[in-house]
Design a protein around this ligand. Structure first.
Ligand SMILES: Nc1nc2c(ncn2[C@@H]2O[C@H](COP(=O)(O)OP(=O)(O)OP(=O)(O)O)[C@@H](O)[C@H]2O)c(=O)[nH]1
Length: 306
């Protein structure tokens, strides 16, 4: 798939109590993948939960929790169930193979297998994982700007909303719209319009204050900056800085825009969501409020926040 996006190096978790075996496997795979190591199935399950693991290669007879028990543990957890597990058997038998595959292992390989064959089988499984990750990236990213798309925004907003209910935090949200963008396209053409969108998008992404802040293209020339753990005052500060950052780009504006440079208008909203089965307020309410404020900012003359 040619998307111009390069996946980060994949991570293989090796699980074996035998240090020599681990050293051999590490030598075999470390030039292709990041390697994490666990000495037993219990630590492996924890690593799968805490880290970004793409594939697990585990000795069937790993201590504390056996390979097949690890499969059950990983597959029953919604956070880790997508991670494929390959089991390595010291004394492979058909019965054990059946048990491991039924427990959810993607493959069962005898330790006696020649290294090039083991390498190829791991590569094949990792290839599928990487293809899947690429599809996920493409379906959740806006192709033009590289920001998250609307679908990923909905998923993230939902997650942030429920976390805020649990923790009693406020969420801020900025709805950002480029001013007179139709004039921009009309005067400079769509290709330059696209370049302008990309520049504004990257500036929005750079205007994030915290790691958790989340930028998305909402559609057309409209963007969202989602600010978890942020009050209305905090959100206004981010909006002010963003307005300044966009002005500082000094992108020449179309003559009919009435400004020397491209500007944006920002609608700011913040809410502390609460669980209330009677009112059932949804995350869309936060978007609607920011949208109403954006409308006011446009009516008040643009290049401002409301
Ligand atoms: N080049 C380009 N233009 C786009 C894209 N998506 C939407 N647009 C254009 O964005 C323009 C939005 O125009 P309007 O909704 O009228 O808003 P506006 O001209 O920005 O006016 P105000 O929002 O009121 O300041 C339209 O001309 C769309 O064709 C895109 O991906 N690339």
């Amino acid at each position: 798939m040619t998307t111009g996006y390069t996946l980060p190096r994949s991570t293989l978790l090796l699980v074996d109590a035998d240090k020599q075996q681990i050293a051999t496997l590490r030598r075999m795979f470390s030039h292709e993948y990041n390697i994490e190591v666990a000495q037993d199935g219990k630590h492996a399950a924890n690593s799968a939960f805490d880290m970004d693991i793409d594939l697990i290669l585990c000795a069937v007879n790993s201590p504390l929790i056996s390979g097949s028990e690890l499969c059950a543990l990983v597959k029953n957890n919604p956070i880790t169930r997508h991670i494929p597990i390959i089991l390595l058997a010291d004394n492979a038998t058909a019965d054990e193979e059946q048990m491991c595959l039924e427990a959810g292992a993607i493959d069962y390989i005898s330790r006696a297998t020649l290294p090039p064959i083991l390498l190829s089988r791991v590569r094949n499984h990792m290839g599928l994982v990487e293809h899947q990750k690429m599809l996920e990236h493409v379906s959740s990213t806006d192709g033009l700007t590289g920001l998250a798309n609307r679908m990923q925004l909905d998923t993230t907003l939902n997650r942030v909303w429920h976390a805020a209910i649990r923790a009693g935090h406020s969420i801020g949200l900025l709805m950002i719209d480029i001013d007179h963008f139709k004039f921009y396209n009309d005067e400079f053409g769509h290709i330059q319009g696209d370049e302008c969108l990309k520049l504004v998008a990257s500036t929005i992404a750079k205007s994030k204050y915290r790691e958790e802040d989340f930028a998305a293209r909402y559609g057309g020339e409209e963007f969202v900056l989602l600010l978890p753990y942020t009050t209305l005052d905090g959100a206004k500060k981010v909006a002010k800085a963003l307005l300044k950052n966009i002005r500082q780009l000094k992108i020449p504006a179309p003559s009919r825009a009435g400004s020397d440079r491209v500007t944006v208008s920002v609608g700011v909203a913040a809410m502390s969501p609460k669980f209330d089965p009677l009112q059932n307020i949804s995350p869309m309410e936060l978007i609607n409020q920011a949208d109403m404020q954006l409308f006011k900012a446009k009516r008040a003359g643009r290049d401002r926040l409301c």
